[in-house]
Design a protein around this ligand. Structure first.
Ligand code: UDP
Ligand code: MG
Length: 301
Protein backbone atom coordinates (compact mmCIF):
# COMPACT_ATOMS: atom_id res chain seq x y z
CA UNK A 1 0.00 0.00 0.00
CA UNK A 2 1.33 3.40 -0.75
CA UNK A 3 0.59 6.67 0.92
CA UNK A 4 -0.66 8.61 -2.04
CA UNK A 5 -3.42 6.12 -2.65
CA UNK A 6 -5.69 6.76 0.29
CA UNK A 7 -9.46 6.61 -0.03
CA UNK A 8 -11.52 8.93 2.13
CA UNK A 9 -15.14 8.19 2.93
CA UNK A 10 -17.09 11.17 4.27
CA UNK A 11 -20.40 10.57 6.06
CA UNK A 12 -22.61 13.25 7.65
CA UNK A 13 -24.50 11.98 10.67
CA UNK A 14 -27.50 13.56 12.34
CA UNK A 15 -29.44 11.43 14.82
CA UNK A 16 -28.66 8.09 13.17
CA UNK A 17 -28.18 5.88 16.25
CA UNK A 18 -30.42 3.16 14.81
CA UNK A 19 -28.52 2.97 11.52
CA UNK A 20 -24.90 3.27 12.63
CA UNK A 21 -24.29 -0.32 13.82
CA UNK A 22 -25.53 -1.74 10.50
CA UNK A 23 -23.59 0.92 8.57
CA UNK A 24 -20.35 -0.13 10.29
CA UNK A 25 -21.16 -3.81 9.81
CA UNK A 26 -21.47 -3.32 6.05
CA UNK A 27 -18.97 -0.54 5.40
CA UNK A 28 -15.82 -1.96 7.04
CA UNK A 29 -15.75 -5.21 5.00
CA UNK A 30 -16.21 -3.23 1.78
CA UNK A 31 -13.28 -0.98 2.70
CA UNK A 32 -11.06 -3.83 3.85
CA UNK A 33 -11.65 -5.73 0.60
CA UNK A 34 -10.31 -2.82 -1.44
CA UNK A 35 -6.81 -3.59 -0.14
CA UNK A 36 -5.93 0.04 0.00
CA UNK A 37 -5.32 2.54 2.72
CA UNK A 38 -8.55 4.24 3.75
CA UNK A 39 -10.12 6.59 6.26
CA UNK A 40 -13.74 6.94 7.24
CA UNK A 41 -14.63 10.45 8.38
CA UNK A 42 -17.87 10.70 10.30
CA UNK A 43 -19.16 14.20 10.87
CA UNK A 44 -21.54 14.36 13.79
CA UNK A 45 -23.86 17.22 12.86
CA UNK A 46 -25.19 17.99 16.34
CA UNK A 47 -26.95 14.67 16.96
CA UNK A 48 -29.01 14.62 20.12
CA UNK A 49 -29.25 10.82 20.33
CA UNK A 50 -26.52 8.24 20.97
CA UNK A 51 -24.85 8.64 17.58
CA UNK A 52 -21.63 10.13 18.99
CA UNK A 53 -21.05 7.50 21.71
CA UNK A 54 -21.75 4.79 19.12
CA UNK A 55 -19.11 6.23 16.77
CA UNK A 56 -16.53 6.48 19.55
CA UNK A 57 -17.29 2.96 20.69
CA UNK A 58 -16.75 1.67 17.15
CA UNK A 59 -13.49 3.61 16.91
CA UNK A 60 -12.29 1.93 20.09
CA UNK A 61 -13.58 -1.60 19.65
CA UNK A 62 -13.39 -2.27 15.92
CA UNK A 63 -10.01 -3.83 15.01
CA UNK A 64 -9.91 -1.32 12.13
CA UNK A 65 -11.16 1.55 14.27
CA UNK A 66 -7.96 3.50 13.71
CA UNK A 67 -9.32 4.21 10.23
CA UNK A 68 -12.28 6.01 11.75
CA UNK A 69 -12.16 9.71 12.51
CA UNK A 70 -15.01 11.57 14.13
CA UNK A 71 -15.55 15.29 13.72
CA UNK A 72 -17.99 16.51 16.34
CA UNK A 73 -19.87 19.75 15.54
CA UNK A 74 -21.23 21.77 18.42
CA UNK A 75 -24.63 22.08 16.74
CA UNK A 76 -26.63 21.22 13.65
CA UNK A 77 -25.17 22.95 10.60
CA UNK A 78 -26.73 20.83 7.85
CA UNK A 79 -25.77 17.88 5.68
CA UNK A 80 -23.78 19.82 3.08
CA UNK A 81 -21.85 21.81 5.67
CA UNK A 82 -20.99 18.56 7.45
CA UNK A 83 -19.63 17.15 4.19
CA UNK A 84 -17.56 20.31 3.67
CA UNK A 85 -15.96 19.81 7.10
CA UNK A 86 -15.24 16.19 6.13
CA UNK A 87 -13.63 17.41 2.90
CA UNK A 88 -11.39 19.80 4.82
CA UNK A 89 -10.23 16.98 7.10
CA UNK A 90 -9.81 14.39 4.34
CA UNK A 91 -6.37 13.16 3.30
CA UNK A 92 -7.28 10.82 0.47
CA UNK A 93 -6.63 11.26 -3.22
CA UNK A 94 -10.10 9.87 -3.89
CA UNK A 95 -13.02 11.02 -1.77
CA UNK A 96 -16.44 9.38 -1.64
CA UNK A 97 -19.48 10.72 0.21
CA UNK A 98 -22.29 8.58 1.55
CA UNK A 99 -25.43 8.94 3.71
CA UNK A 100 -25.47 7.28 7.10
CA UNK A 101 -28.99 5.87 6.82
CA UNK A 102 -28.00 3.10 4.37
CA UNK A 103 -30.15 4.49 1.57
CA UNK A 104 -26.84 4.49 -0.32
CA UNK A 105 -25.48 0.93 -0.23
CA UNK A 106 -21.79 0.95 0.84
CA UNK A 107 -21.34 -2.00 -1.53
CA UNK A 108 -21.44 0.50 -4.42
CA UNK A 109 -18.19 2.16 -3.29
CA UNK A 110 -15.83 -0.02 -5.43
CA UNK A 111 -17.77 0.97 -8.56
CA UNK A 112 -17.25 4.68 -7.85
CA UNK A 113 -13.64 4.14 -6.89
CA UNK A 114 -12.73 2.38 -10.11
CA UNK A 115 -14.11 5.32 -12.14
CA UNK A 116 -12.07 7.77 -10.04
CA UNK A 117 -9.01 5.61 -10.58
CA UNK A 118 -9.69 5.67 -14.30
CA UNK A 119 -9.26 9.43 -14.25
CA UNK A 120 -12.76 10.82 -13.76
CA UNK A 121 -12.59 13.77 -11.39
CA UNK A 122 -16.27 13.71 -10.44
CA UNK A 123 -18.48 10.63 -10.32
CA UNK A 124 -22.08 11.78 -10.30
CA UNK A 125 -24.84 9.30 -9.57
CA UNK A 126 -28.47 8.59 -10.32
CA UNK A 127 -30.56 6.55 -7.92
CA UNK A 128 -31.90 3.47 -9.68
CA UNK A 129 -35.47 2.64 -8.54
CA UNK A 130 -35.37 5.37 -5.97
CA UNK A 131 -37.05 4.27 -2.75
CA UNK A 132 -38.56 7.50 -1.51
CA UNK A 133 -42.11 8.81 -1.28
CA UNK A 134 -43.98 9.70 -4.47
CA UNK A 135 -43.90 13.36 -3.42
CA UNK A 136 -40.11 13.37 -3.00
CA UNK A 137 -39.53 11.64 -6.31
CA UNK A 138 -41.86 13.95 -8.21
CA UNK A 139 -40.45 17.10 -6.57
CA UNK A 140 -36.91 15.94 -7.42
CA UNK A 141 -37.86 15.46 -11.06
CA UNK A 142 -38.98 19.07 -11.25
CA UNK A 143 -35.91 20.31 -9.38
CA UNK A 144 -33.53 18.34 -11.62
CA UNK A 145 -35.17 19.77 -14.75
CA UNK A 146 -35.16 23.32 -13.43
CA UNK A 147 -31.57 23.09 -12.21
CA UNK A 148 -30.31 21.85 -15.56
CA UNK A 149 -32.03 24.79 -17.27
CA UNK A 150 -30.58 27.24 -14.78
CA UNK A 151 -27.03 25.87 -14.52
CA UNK A 152 -26.56 24.54 -18.02
CA UNK A 153 -25.43 21.18 -16.62
CA UNK A 154 -27.01 17.89 -17.60
CA UNK A 155 -27.25 16.02 -14.32
CA UNK A 156 -30.07 13.58 -13.68
CA UNK A 157 -30.12 13.42 -9.90
CA UNK A 158 -28.83 16.36 -7.90
CA UNK A 159 -29.96 14.78 -4.65
CA UNK A 160 -28.05 11.49 -4.64
CA UNK A 161 -25.21 11.99 -2.18
CA UNK A 162 -23.31 8.77 -2.88
CA UNK A 163 -20.74 10.51 -5.08
CA UNK A 164 -17.04 10.44 -5.85
CA UNK A 165 -14.53 13.29 -6.13
CA UNK A 166 -10.84 13.55 -6.94
CA UNK A 167 -8.43 15.30 -4.57
CA UNK A 168 -8.17 18.19 -7.03
CA UNK A 169 -11.92 18.85 -7.02
CA UNK A 170 -12.12 18.64 -3.22
CA UNK A 171 -9.20 21.08 -2.92
CA UNK A 172 -11.05 23.58 -5.10
CA UNK A 173 -14.25 23.11 -3.09
CA UNK A 174 -12.23 23.65 0.10
CA UNK A 175 -11.09 26.97 -1.24
CA UNK A 176 -14.63 28.20 -1.89
CA UNK A 177 -15.60 30.18 1.17
CA UNK A 178 -19.33 30.24 0.43
CA UNK A 179 -21.61 30.01 3.44
CA UNK A 180 -24.23 27.76 1.93
CA UNK A 181 -23.58 25.56 -0.98
CA UNK A 182 -24.81 22.49 -2.76
CA UNK A 183 -21.92 20.11 -3.23
CA UNK A 184 -22.96 18.07 -6.32
CA UNK A 185 -23.54 21.25 -8.34
CA UNK A 186 -20.37 22.92 -7.06
CA UNK A 187 -18.28 19.89 -8.02
CA UNK A 188 -19.88 19.72 -11.45
CA UNK A 189 -18.92 23.34 -12.03
CA UNK A 190 -15.23 22.54 -11.56
CA UNK A 191 -15.19 19.08 -13.13
CA UNK A 192 -13.09 18.50 -16.23
CA UNK A 193 -13.86 14.86 -16.83
CA UNK A 194 -17.10 14.02 -14.99
CA UNK A 195 -19.14 10.88 -15.42
CA UNK A 196 -22.63 9.93 -14.25
CA UNK A 197 -23.61 6.39 -13.30
CA UNK A 198 -26.58 4.58 -11.78
CA UNK A 199 -26.34 3.36 -8.21
CA UNK A 200 -28.86 1.34 -6.26
CA UNK A 201 -30.98 2.91 -3.59
CA UNK A 202 -32.73 1.50 -0.54
CA UNK A 203 -35.48 2.54 1.73
CA UNK A 204 -34.47 4.28 4.93
CA UNK A 205 -34.65 1.34 7.34
CA UNK A 206 -34.57 3.14 10.67
CA UNK A 207 -35.21 6.66 11.89
CA UNK A 208 -36.80 9.45 9.87
CA UNK A 209 -35.72 11.69 7.01
CA UNK A 210 -34.13 14.83 8.41
CA UNK A 211 -35.73 16.93 5.71
CA UNK A 212 -39.13 18.45 6.44
CA UNK A 213 -40.90 20.19 3.57
CA UNK A 214 -39.55 23.52 4.81
CA UNK A 215 -35.95 22.27 4.95
CA UNK A 216 -36.30 20.83 1.46
CA UNK A 217 -37.48 24.18 0.14
CA UNK A 218 -34.55 25.91 1.84
CA UNK A 219 -32.16 23.44 0.24
CA UNK A 220 -33.61 24.17 -3.19
CA UNK A 221 -33.08 27.86 -2.60
CA UNK A 222 -29.45 27.11 -1.77
CA UNK A 223 -29.08 25.23 -5.00
CA UNK A 224 -30.78 27.84 -7.14
CA UNK A 225 -29.38 31.08 -5.74
CA UNK A 226 -25.88 29.70 -5.32
CA UNK A 227 -25.59 28.77 -8.96
CA UNK A 228 -27.36 31.41 -10.97
CA UNK A 229 -28.84 34.82 -11.20
CA UNK A 230 -31.74 33.30 -13.14
CA UNK A 231 -34.45 34.27 -10.61
CA UNK A 232 -33.21 37.85 -10.60
CA UNK A 233 -33.23 37.99 -14.37
CA UNK A 234 -36.79 36.63 -14.40
CA UNK A 235 -37.85 39.55 -12.22
CA UNK A 236 -36.75 42.03 -14.85
CA UNK A 237 -38.63 40.16 -17.55
CA UNK A 238 -41.71 39.89 -15.34
CA UNK A 239 -41.51 43.59 -14.63
CA UNK A 240 -41.54 44.35 -18.35
CA UNK A 241 -44.51 42.03 -18.87
CA UNK A 242 -46.46 43.65 -16.05
CA UNK A 243 -45.75 47.06 -17.49
CA UNK A 244 -46.93 45.94 -20.93
CA UNK A 245 -50.09 44.39 -19.46
CA UNK A 246 -50.83 47.61 -17.59
CA UNK A 247 -50.61 49.63 -20.78
CA UNK A 248 -52.88 47.25 -22.68
CA UNK A 249 -55.44 47.16 -19.85
CA UNK A 250 -55.44 50.92 -19.66
CA UNK A 251 -56.00 51.12 -23.41
CA UNK A 252 -59.07 48.90 -23.09
CA UNK A 253 -60.28 50.65 -19.95
CA UNK A 254 -60.36 47.44 -17.83
CA UNK A 255 -59.41 47.96 -14.19
CA UNK A 256 -60.74 44.86 -12.32
CA UNK A 257 -59.82 44.20 -8.72
CA UNK A 258 -58.47 40.83 -9.76
CA UNK A 259 -55.67 42.60 -11.49
CA UNK A 260 -54.69 44.28 -8.22
CA UNK A 261 -54.33 40.91 -6.55
CA UNK A 262 -52.36 39.34 -9.34
CA UNK A 263 -49.98 42.27 -9.51
CA UNK A 264 -49.58 42.43 -5.76
CA UNK A 265 -48.79 38.72 -5.74
CA UNK A 266 -46.13 39.13 -8.35
CA UNK A 267 -44.57 42.09 -6.60
CA UNK A 268 -44.39 40.24 -3.29
CA UNK A 269 -42.88 37.16 -4.90
CA UNK A 270 -40.28 39.23 -6.67
CA UNK A 271 -39.40 41.07 -3.50
CA UNK A 272 -39.00 37.72 -1.79
CA UNK A 273 -36.57 36.42 -4.36
CA UNK A 274 -34.55 39.64 -4.33
CA UNK A 275 -34.41 39.51 -0.54
CA UNK A 276 -33.13 35.96 -0.76
CA UNK A 277 -30.06 37.16 -2.62
CA UNK A 278 -29.66 40.20 -0.37
CA UNK A 279 -29.84 37.94 2.68
CA UNK A 280 -27.20 35.69 1.21
CA UNK A 281 -24.90 38.62 0.52
CA UNK A 282 -25.39 39.66 4.13
CA UNK A 283 -24.44 36.18 5.30
CA UNK A 284 -21.29 36.24 3.20
CA UNK A 285 -20.13 39.64 4.34
CA UNK A 286 -20.60 38.77 8.02
CA UNK A 287 -17.96 36.10 7.48
CA UNK A 288 -19.16 33.92 10.32
CA UNK A 289 -17.59 30.48 10.47
CA UNK A 290 -19.58 27.95 8.49
CA UNK A 291 -19.46 25.43 11.32
CA UNK A 292 -17.90 25.02 14.72
CA UNK A 293 -16.02 21.86 15.61
CA UNK A 294 -16.18 20.86 19.26
CA UNK A 295 -13.63 18.10 18.96
CA UNK A 296 -11.97 15.72 16.50
CA UNK A 297 -11.61 12.17 17.77
CA UNK A 298 -8.73 10.14 16.40
CA UNK A 299 -7.56 6.75 17.54
CA UNK A 300 -3.83 6.02 17.66
CA UNK A 301 -3.73 2.27 17.56
N1 UDP B 1 -27.89 14.89 7.78
C1 UDP B 1 -27.00 15.74 8.46
N2 UDP B 1 -27.47 16.95 8.89
C2 UDP B 1 -28.74 17.36 8.68
C3 UDP B 1 -29.62 16.52 7.93
C4 UDP B 1 -29.16 15.29 7.51
O1 UDP B 1 -25.85 15.40 8.68
O2 UDP B 1 -29.08 18.46 9.10
C5 UDP B 1 -27.40 13.57 7.30
C6 UDP B 1 -28.23 12.39 7.72
O3 UDP B 1 -27.84 11.87 8.99
C7 UDP B 1 -27.95 11.39 6.61
C8 UDP B 1 -27.82 12.30 5.39
O4 UDP B 1 -27.47 13.59 5.90
O5 UDP B 1 -26.73 10.71 6.81
C9 UDP B 1 -29.07 12.37 4.55
O6 UDP B 1 -30.17 12.77 5.36
P1 UDP B 1 -31.63 12.16 5.18
O7 UDP B 1 -31.57 10.68 5.06
O8 UDP B 1 -32.47 12.69 6.29
O9 UDP B 1 -32.08 12.83 3.82
P2 UDP B 1 -33.02 12.19 2.69
O10 UDP B 1 -32.46 10.82 2.36
O11 UDP B 1 -34.39 12.12 3.27
O12 UDP B 1 -32.88 13.15 1.56
MG1 MG C 1 -31.97 9.32 3.63
Amino acid sequence: MNNNNIISIVIPVYNEQDNLPELFRRLFPVMENLNRQYEIILVNDGSRDSSLPLMLQEQKNNPNGRNLRVIDFNGNFGQHTAILAGFKASKGNHIITLDADLQNPPEEIPKLLSLLENGHDVVGTVRKNRKDSFFRRYASKLVNKLMNKVTGFTLHDYGCMLRGYSRGIVDIINECGEVSTFIPALAQKFAVNPVEIEVSHSQREKGESKYSLFRLIRLQFDLMTAFSLFPLQMITILGALIFGTGIILALFGIFGRAVDFVLAGIVVTCTGITSEYTGRIYQEVRKRPRYIIRKIYEEDK
